[in-house]
Design a protein around this ligand. Sequence first.
Ligand code: MHO
Length: 209
Amino acid sequence: DPSNQPLQTAVFALGCFWRSEAAFGCLNGVVRTSVGYAGGSKPNPEYRSLGDHAECVQVEYDPEVIGFRQLLEVFWSNHDSRQVFGQGPDVGNQYRSIIFTSGTEESRLAAVSKEREQSKSKSSIVTTQIQQLEAFHPAEPEHQKFELKRNPFLLQLMGNLPEEELERSTLAAKLNGYAAELCPSRIQKQIDAKINDIIKRGWPILREI
Ligand code: MHO
């Protein structure tokens, strides 16, 4: 791990989890991402029967590099929190907007950020819920790093890692965001340059960005 600090974990629901995972994966300080279900009570949720859960991303991050506050900014800027019935074409309770917290400080930061978001416009209501995280249920492998898996070129560039390695890899989290074009443009360009360089040098395997 990049520093000696223990990693911290945050979970957010903001629409389809393929996109959510991509949006957080490319941030510096994010070490691992995974998608899953949380916010409901159904035991053993699955994609086609997730019950009352929401689609979520779990973000493991290095608190020396990125903080919960910055993750909240990424949360707000990557979905429309005023949509009652989901995001765009994705309609339903499973796409609702939730900030999961652990402890009073995170709850306070979440509440402050929600008030700030609401104050930007009074003409519609921010629907985002703030909940203490109870359980995060990891989703099926085919939903993990979904955007990256749609890109055989990038998978090959990483040396076609086995599933378990792909799920735990920081590089895979980054490239998943890159594949979806959801990295901040500075990072998107950095990765472009790095990939071009690798290709020019004759296809060694990409191990880090
Ligand atoms: N409309 C999306 C939803 C996927 S998201 C993981 C689809 O292509 O099925 O819910």
